[in-house]
Design a protein around this ligand. Structure first.
Ligand code: AQP
Length: 330
């Protein structure tokens, strides 16, 4: 029996963070055997906001693929590829744009949030949810594992797919988002009401997957908490502590409830911070060792070349169907 398809990606817009691990990679690891998984690197999405150094995009793309492999994602189960190497993404995005309403894009909260950060906003930032819809729909994707911030974009992809199906017949599979039960929104360690991001202004707020042990311990020690002095889970009134407990539960692989019970009655934030740092270091160390081996070899390029072939074949066939249905060609 053919496996159902999964598609997801991480942008090479900075160094990957714990948030990306908890919201995405952890889920890919869980699902890679069950689904025919397409894990792509959406480099075209990365230029929707200004990049300080464009040379870094290609470098981060290779690093990202090496991290996927080092985390245990298996090229026999997953197709890894780079978005800009598959032209059908662009081609389909244009058609989908013509079937998407301005009002729908105006409602996207990521656009509202990100556009506040920059002076001159490129049109790509406004329309990129449509490119994301093309990314998903080209592969007859059944499920899209994402963190909470991306759920709205998957819902838009569903909406566009339904609209096109109603007009042209069943062209697209309607995708479902999968949101992790814990870790769907890891917060910034310095501003614990904001999400942890690759491109945050203050690097002390984000733990990067390739941070050294000292850096990890230092950042967790400095994490902003509160003056109450008691460890318990209260997202609204104690966001810093709630975030640390969440990170702990993800990296210990235990339910949040068990993490909370483990620290019941604890009155020293230092104890919690030490346990969280230990847990992250233990989980990341083996991955980092593998990463530094893999990045020296040709494996990354071999895997990306093979992925490009497969992705191009599937995506160009789907684009060809849609292109004809909307009336293009002779
Ligand atoms: N803090 C987070 N907690 C849980 N999940 C997160 N994700 C991102 N941050 C968190 C999930 O990671 C996936 C990849 O996201 P992306 O690379 O496409 O871009 P993003 O969501 O914009 O991620 P960043 O890290 O915040 O990047 P920048 O700073 O460049 O904008 C998605 O599934 C996302 O939900």
């Amino acid at each position: 029996m053919n496996k159902k398809r999964l598609l997801s990606g991480l942008q090479p817009s900075g160094e990957l963070t714990l948030g990306n691990y908890c919201g995405s990679i952890k889920q890919f690891l869980e699902y890679q055997k069950e689904y025919d998984s397409f894990l792509f690197i959406p480099d075209m999405h990365t230029i929707t906001v200004p990049q300080k150094d464009s040379n870094l995009i290609a470098e981060r793309t290779r690093k990202l693929a090496a991290i996927y492999l080092a985390c245990g994602l298996d090229p026999d189960n997953c197709t890894f590829f780079i978005q800009s190497e598959v032209p059908a993404h662009n081609q389909l995005a244009w058609i989908l744009e013509c079937f998407t309403y301005m009002g729908e894009l105006n409602r996207m909260t990521q656009f509202k949030d990100k556009s506040k950060k920059y002076k001159n906003i490129g049109c790509g930032l406004f329309t990129y949810p449509v490119l994301m819809a093309a990314d998903i729909l080209l592969y007859d994707t059944n499920v899209v594992p994402v963190g909470l911030d991306q759920k709205q974009h998957v819902e838009l992809a569903r909406e566009i797919a339904q609209r096109m199906n109603n007009k042209f017949g069943d062209i697209f599979v309607i995708p479902e988002p999968i949101i992790p039960t814990i870790g769907a929104k890891i917060k910034d360690l310095q501003y614990p009401t904001k999400k942890m991001s690759k491109s945050a202004d203050d690097a002390n707020g984000s733990i990067f997957l390739l941070d050294t042990e000292d850096e990890i311990r230092r950042k967790i020690n400095r994490a902003v908490t509160d003056s109450d002095g008691k460890v318990w889970y209260d997202e609204e009134n104690k966001p810093g502590i709630a975030n640390l407990l969440t990170i702990y539960s993800v990296f210990e692989n235990i339910p949040l409830k068990s993490a909370i019970e483990r620290f019941e009655g604890c009155e020293r934030y230092g104890d919690l911070k030490k346990a969280v740092a230990d847990s992250i270091v233990n989980a990341l160390k083996p991955m980092q060792e593998k990463y530094y081996d893999i990045i020296q070899t040709k494996l990354v390029d071999e895997v990306l070349d093979k992925g490009r072939e497969r992705a191009n074949k599937i995506a160009s066939e789907k684009y060809d169907i849609v292109r004809k249905l909307v009336g293009f060609g002779r």
